[in-house]
Design a protein around this ligand. Structure first.
Ligand SMILES: *[C@@H]1O[C@H](CO)[C@@H](O)[C@H](O)[C@H]1NC(C)=O
Ligand SMILES: *[C@@H]1O[C@H](CO)[C@@H](O)[C@H](O)[C@H]1NC(C)=O
Length: 470
């Protein structure tokens, strides 16, 4: 008690006696401290913002480069020399379209669509001064690190997080092209699924055939005389397995099934399990999409390619569940490639015209199960003919570019039906941003779909700011 009193007194005395002086020093000191801290945080924030702006500005600049509209491209050259009026009269030359030229293996301008090996993209040129390093040249032969043309058609890319590597899976079509019968489509026997690995999405190392065709057992799905197309691999975090889905068919495309294979490693070997008719339907061109929550979906062209079906896979990704929605009904689309940006789902598809190129379309949805809305042709640049032919290619996959939100790589195949093994890859920058031109047919509210744009470039590369590791 006393002690407390004793103590209290001087305190109260000092407080009272020192009066405003001490108090104001304390208060102003505090205010000063607060101001300093505030000032410091403002400066720091500004520095951070400046840094952020700097990065954004750099990315913006690089993105601007990718978004530049590069016009021109494929043209039918004027006839060489002067033809005598008489000769012209005798044999009036039928005007050809670029598509006809593209499909004509004896075309005078074939080298424009299928440049020869001398122009190949070659990662073995390691030198710094090589100005082509890391540049994509859509349509050129693309060599792997051994110097062989990459054989990964109708493919897709898996990013294996634990290994920090990208894996490109696709059809190995390195065999002779032939017609099984008069009216059959050009084909190559089933060789298997190739796998290539990379850390920069440009230098690809051949990891070999990870799922091989079956040469002797004619009742096996992978029998050489059957069809294996569009292999796609996803990783199941819950089972730790790499799961491959693919289109399995017979030479006449009457089996129309989806095949499943599984492996403990991205580089295989994959064990082939079986094929199914998903939800009891025919299934031709297909893809699989793994969402952020780990749920994966199978998307396939069905009802004789007149519509697409989408449905979630089971927990282990080895089968479909019994949930399925019909989408793009009556639109006759194939070659689906799905991706997601800021919670919206997008899909690029092609029309169904065999090996001949046609117009790509973008579809968007707020929920992966739909409803899906069809938007516009995403192609920008080149000339009209090439835009309407997806730059003479067909969609197969869309890869997100890590570190640059809204930037993706559009992967497509430039099929060469005369020599399928010499089909080329068309990779182009795909951007999500800006308002869509034609937000079609939406009847429940007004979602402002973003525009999806695929920019034509004769030559391009990824912006320096992209992070190779997700
Ligand atoms: C051939 O393949 C079928 C289907 O996979 C299988 O059931 C059969 O056992 C195989 N035959 C031989 C001889 O391996
Ligand atoms: C494919 O169709 C052709 C012509 O109709 C027929 O001759 C051939 O046997 C069929 N092949 C298969 C594998 O069904």
């Amino acid at each position: 008690m006393r002690m407390r009193n004793k103590y209290r007194k001087p305190t109260s005395f000092r407080f009272n006696a020192g009066s405003r002086c001490t108090l104001s020093i304390v208060v102003w000191g505090l205010v000063g401290c607060i101001l300093l801290v505030h000032l410091y945080s403002i400066i720091r924030q500004r520095n951070e913002v400046d840094g952020d702006i700097q990065i954004r500005a750099n990315q913006y600049h690089l993105m601007r480069e990718l978004e530049e509209v590069e016009a021109g491209g494929y043209q039918i050259p004027p006839p060489k020399g002067r033809r005598s009026p008489r000769a012209a009269k005798r044999r009036p030359k039928k005007p050809t379209t670029l598509i006809e030229e593209f499909l004509d293996e004896n075309s005078q301008i074939r080298h424009l669509f299928f440049p020869d090996l001398r122009t190949a993209i070659d990662p073995r040129k390691e030198k710094e001064e090589d100005t082509d390093r890391l540049y994509y040249y859509p349509g050129r032969v693309w060599l792997d690190t051994d110097g062989n043309p990459i054989q990964a058609h109708g493919g897709g890319i898996l990013y294996a997080k634990r290994l920090g590597k990208y894996y490109w899976y696709g059809e190995n079509k390195d065999g002779p092209t032939y017609h099984a019968h008069k009216r059959g489509a050009a084909r190559v026997d089933v060789i298997g699924v190739s796998c290539y690995s990379s850390t920069d999405l440009w230098t690809w190392k051949n990891e070999g055939i990870v799922l091989a065709g079956e040469e002797t057992n004619s009742t096996h799905d992978l029998y050489t005389l059957n069809v294996l197309e569009r292999p796609k691999v996803i990783y199941n975090d819950r089972t730790g397995k790499y799961v491959m889905w693919m289109h399995i068919d017979d030479a006449n495309y009457t089996k129309a099934s989806a095949g499943v294979a599984v492996s403990d490693f991205p580089t295989g070997p994959f064990e082939y399990l079986y094929s199914i008719s998903p939800h009891g339907f025919d299934s031709r061109d297909m893809t699989v999409f793994k969402d952020d929550d780990g749920t994966a979906y199978l998307i396939y062209s069905s009802e004789d390619n007149s519509e697409l079906h989408i449905g979630p896979l089971t927990y282990n990704y080895l089968d479909v569940t019994n949930v399925m929605r019909r989408i793009l009904v009556g639109q006759h689309r194939e070659a689906p490639a799905l991706f997601k940006h800021q919670g919206t789902y997008y899909m690029i598809t092609s029309g169904c015209t065999g090996w001949a190129p046609n117009e790509a379309l973008v579809h968007a949805a707020e929920s992966v199960m739909g409803p899906w809305e069809t938007m516009e042709n995403p192609c920008i640049g080149g000339n009209k003919v090439s835009r309407d032919a997806t730059f003479f290619s067909q969609s197969t996959f869309v890869v997100p570019v890590a570190g640059i939100p809204g930037l993706f790589i559009f992967m497509a195949d430039r099929w060469n039906p005369a020599e399928l093994r010499d089909s080329r890859y068309v990779w182009l920058p795909l951007r999500v941003g800006g308002a869509a031109d034609r937000p079609l047919e939406y009847s429940f509210g007004f979602p402002l779909w973003s525009r999806v744009s695929i920019f034509w470039h004769r030559r391009w590369r990824l912006p320096g700011g992209w992070s190779h590791y997700i």
